[in-house]
Design a protein around this ligand. Structure first.
Ligand code: UTP
Length: 502
């Protein structure tokens, strides 16, 4: 902990003396807490952080249309447009690497999930599946299964380590939850949790916001805080020790995430990529998702607000949108690339401005809950390392199979617990019928054998298949062909064994 005098001087020279305004009123414990918080801040960089935030929030957003071009076709792969042989060759390569324990997964779970509005980490959320599984459990089971698939194919005993980036908000409850659930059967030493940094929220005139008389309003530094957090916590060294060469990075909220996806891994490896991203075709030109493209020849993500509607609507000779590569926060990185980022580029990441309502204490000491946005949170984004890649590739996947994020609370128009649940159940319905199962509704009437139940639809039956039984629809035919399946149909390991022995 730094001495008070030193902190006071640093705050003065950063133009932030108000942070200690209520010091005389604080009790011993509050003083210790505040001093502790201030000691962890980069006080030298505080002036630049505060003034930079105010400047960035005041500057108008720049349109970039004139410099834009799509990612060149030779750097783009697609599930939809590839022959089955191609896909299975990529999958084989991915499984081979997994079997050699060269692949790890990295979960971005430091966000506050403010839109969802729960007081606990999003990964602990139960979207209301028949099994009651949380997002964390689903993900843990996918790791299990992908390890098993690789081992079965190659006679190995591999590990896909799970690196989990948390923040001050999510670390303790996540650790507790994993412990209480016995790490969902995974080996605890193969789960590495680490914490990203927090930075102060700032007013529009560049002043650190006090959330309480002895507490600064802090927020995680965005999912692009990953790169600093990897260094702070020596995670790259850990990966090296484990022999992990390739990493699949993903967000906690996508219920359909295909962790360590062997097809994606294999595709990126076949292209010799150092950095890759899964994309989905935009649903409609004005869909508010970031688009991966090139700006003056450099790969990056452009937000919908940064381009004109006419650019978003441009179509090629095949009728498809030219800027259709919607970013879904599913990335491939080589460890070598991450080392480069850590050594050379992490300080060069762009800062993004998020304008938020931040509860604060006014100069008279009154607690205020603002009704309109009053604060700036600066964030870095995980995709802002794309410009530093030497060989970037994009891989288009089917939205209904791979992307359904949980962002909003029930009642919102999109990305709610209901849409997440429906997406997963619809996918499992498609898998079960494709495998030859005959599903019944809850009254025992046969349901249509249809492969077209898609993410937005309410699935016709409650059909849930445990990731421990099938990772991505494989292995179901031998269990389900010709069988009549009453609703709700939950295919867990126990049920799979029963079906196998019948
Ligand atoms: P979002 O941008 O959707 O943020 O994060 P969020 O915190 O989940 O939700 P809101 O915006 O407060 O409602 C996308 C992914 O990035 C992670 C999140 O945990 C999620 O997996 N993230 C976000 C971090 O790991 N750190 C951050 O600082 C921010």
């Amino acid at each position: 902990m730094l001495p008070l005098d030193q902190v006071r001087r640093s705050l003065e020279s950063a133009g932030q003396s108000h942070v200690l305004q209520f010091w005389p009123e604080l009790c011993e414990e509050e003083r210790d807490g505040l001093l502790q918080e201030l000691s962890q801040l980069d006080l030298e960089g505080l002036r630049e952080h505060c003034e930079g935030a105010a400047r960035a929030a005041a500057s108008p957003s720049v349109r970039v249309d004139q410099y834009m071009e799509p990612v060149p076709p030779e750097s783009v792969g697609s599930v939809r447009k590839s022959e089955p042989d191609r896909l299975s060759a990529w999958e084989s390569e991915g499984l081979l690497q997994i079997s050699q324990s060269r692949v790890g997964v990295l979960l971005l779970a430091g966000g506050q999930g403010t839109r969802l509005g729960v007081q606990y980490p999003k990964g602990m959320y139960d979207v209301g599946l028949p099994s009651g599984k949380t997002l964390y459990q689903i993900q843990a089971e996918r790791i299990h299964k992908v390890q098993e698939l690789a081992d079965q194919k190659h006679g190995s005993k591999c590990t896909v380590p799970w690196f989990i980036m948390t923040s001050e908000f999510t670390l303790a409850p996540t650790e507790k939850f994993f412990k209480e659930n016995n790490y969902f059967g995974l080996e605890p030493s193969n789960i590495v949790m680490f914490e990203q940094r927090m930075i102060p929220a700032v007013t529009f005139d560049g002043k650190v916001i006090l959330q309480g008389k002895g507490k600064i309003a802090m927020a995680p530094d965005g999912n692009g805080g990953l790169y600093q957090a990897l260094v702070d916590n020596k995670v790259l060294e850990d990966m090296k020790k484990r022999g992990v060469e390739y990493l699949h990075v993903y967000c906690v909220d996508n219920i359909l995430v295909k962790m360590a996806d062997p097809v994606f891994m294999g595709f990126c490896l076949s292209k010799g990529a150092d950095c890759g991203a899964k994309v989905v075709a935009k649903a409609y030109p004005a869909e508010p998702v970031g688009v991966i493209c090139r700006l003056r020849g450099i790969t990056q993500v452009v937000e919908y607000s940064e381009i004109l509607p006419e650019t978003a609507e441009l179509r090629g000779s095949d009728g498809e949108l030219i800027y259709s590569t919607g970013n879904i926060c599913n990335h491939f990185f080589t460890r070598a690339f991450l080392n480069d980022v850590a050594k050379k580029f992490k300080g060069k990441l762009k800062q993004h401005v998020a304008i938020k309502k931040v509860p604060f204490v006014d100069s008279e000491g009154n607690q205020v809950t603002p009704t309109k946005p009053n604060g700036i949170k600066m964030e870095k984004f995980v995709f802002d390392v794309f410009p530093f890649s030497r060989n970037f590739v994009a891989f288009e996947v089917e939205r209904q199979d791979e992307f359904s994020p949980l962002k909003n609370a029930a009642g919102a128009a999109t990305d709610t617990p209901t849409t997440a649940r429906s997406s997963l159940l619809a996918q499992h319905y498609r898998w079960a019928t494709a495998a030859g199962g005959k599903l019944l509704d809850q009254h025992g009437n046969p349901l249509p054998h249809t492969a077209s139940v898609s993410a937005g639809d309410t699935p016709p039956s409650q059909c849930e298949i445990s990731p421990l039984v099938s990772y991505f629809g494989e292995g179901l035919e031998q269990l389900l062909r010709g069988r009549t399946l009453p609703s709700p149909f939950i295919l867990d390991e126990k049920r799979a064994k029963e079906l196998q022995s019948q």
